[in-house]
Design a protein around this ligand. Structure first.
Ligand code: SAH
Ligand code: SF4
Length: 336
């Protein structure tokens, strides 16, 4: 698929053709131009220059709640996209923003695979389209989009924002900004830009450690953006946008899950942020290095945070058996 070509091809046609083509792609979710009601010559031209077919392999988890698509891009790269189906007909798509990731967090499969390149907004949208078409067959639709797949979205800022605008556009996917979330390790310049963006999207910060020493070990990027600096940028973000920020905290056995660390985390947050934040305790999906915390340990950690006045929730694990869970995405291409 190559959506980037659409503009170029339709330049010499009347503008209503462009509108028609976009409607066919985003509203009718066609996967072949022959399904559109465009004139025959245009269908042929678009089929050649701007094909809509998405080359992907689909895997389904045993419990049927998670699907993972491995999408082959126009070059030799492949990316992974995950669909999580909730009980109440909510459908969350987790998209990748880069091929690989340069930040090399110790616990993350994507980080271990290295960085290849940024995705274009068209390639981000392709992931959303794939699952939108899939759900349409069952009379359902995507309700939420999270940028928690492969890559660091704020290091591909412009293309990510471009994609978010398409996802949010009433005439395209029409998914409310409040249903779109971006997760970051804390790229300060990116958070600052996001603060000024007139979009009501959600921001999540991957914290994972209550002090710089441990965070430096787990996430090398912390050497460049230490905790206090990130948190003061987040504080400014909250003050300016009045939006609640989710603090993500991965639970690693005997690494960051001691009761004292819960207290330390609560102090760090209480001292550096004023309000409008909560902690999401994430189960670690094994990638070979660490062990996931036991559930009693997570429960205790949560209690300790709450005792210190910090709201905390625990995230359900989706698709561990198909390596479709956070941090397990490596984008290995199987077909050429
Ligand atoms: N680069 C961004 C967004 C993609 S990662 C970021 O790091 O925030 C999305 C989330 O998955 C992050 O919170 C990340 O820390 C988490 N994650 C990474 N590896 C994981 C693993 N093995 N198990 C569970 N979560 C993981
Ligand atoms: Fe990159 Fe996020 Fe994985 Fe870290 S956790 S390596 S930032 S994708």
């Amino acid at each position: 698929m190559n959506l980037g070509n659409l503009n170029v091809i339709l330049k010499s046609f009347p503008s209503f053709r462009f509108k028609q083509a976009e409607e066919a792609i985003y509203k009718n979710l066609i996967s072949n131009w022959n399904e559109s009601n465009l004139p025959k010559e245009l269908k042929e031209l678009l089929s050649k220059e701007c094909p809509l077919e998405i080359k992907a392999e689909l895997l389904k988890s045993k419990d049927g709640k998670t699907y993972k698509a491995l999408i082959n891009l126009e070059d030799e790269n492949a990316i992974e996209t995950v669909l999580m189906r909730h009980k109440d007909d909510r459908n969350t798509v987790c998209v990748s923003s880069q091929v690989g990731c340069a930040l090399g967090c110790d616990f993350c499969a994507t980080g271990k695979s290295g960085f290849k390149r940024n995705l274009t907004s068209g390639e981000i949208i392709e992931q959303v389209l794939f699952f939108a078409r899939f759900l349409k067959k069952e009379g359902q639709a995507i309700t939420n989009v999270v940028f928690m797949g492969m890559g660091e979205p704020l290091l591909n800022y412009d293309e990510v924002i471009r994609a978010i605008k398409i996802i949010n556009d009433k005439n395209k996917f029409n998914i409310g900004a409040r249903k779109i979330s971006v997760s970051t390790v804390g790229i300060i310049e990116g958070i600052k830009k996001l603060t000024k963006e007139p979009l009501q999207i959600n921001l999540a910060l991957s914290l994972h450690a209550p002090d710089d020493k441990l965070r430096n070990e787990l996430m090398p990027i912390n050497n460049k953006y230490p905790l206090k600096k990130i948190l003061s940028t987040i504080k400014e973000y909250i003050a300016r946008t009045n939006r609640k920020v989710m603090i993500e905290y991965l639970m690693l056995e005997n690494i960051n899950d001691y009761p004292e660390q819960a207290v330390q985390l609560a102090e760090l947050l209480n001292n550096n942020l004023e309000s409008l934040y909560f902690v999401n305790l994430i189960s670690y999906n094994p990638t070979g290095i660490y062990k996931p915390s036991r559930s009693e340990r997570i429960e205790k950690f949560k209690e300790n945070l709450e005792k210190c006045g910090v709201d905390a929730i625990q995230r359900y694990r989706y698709g561990v058996d198909i390596k479709g869970a956070c941090g397990q995405l490596a984008g290995k291409r199987r077909t050429k």
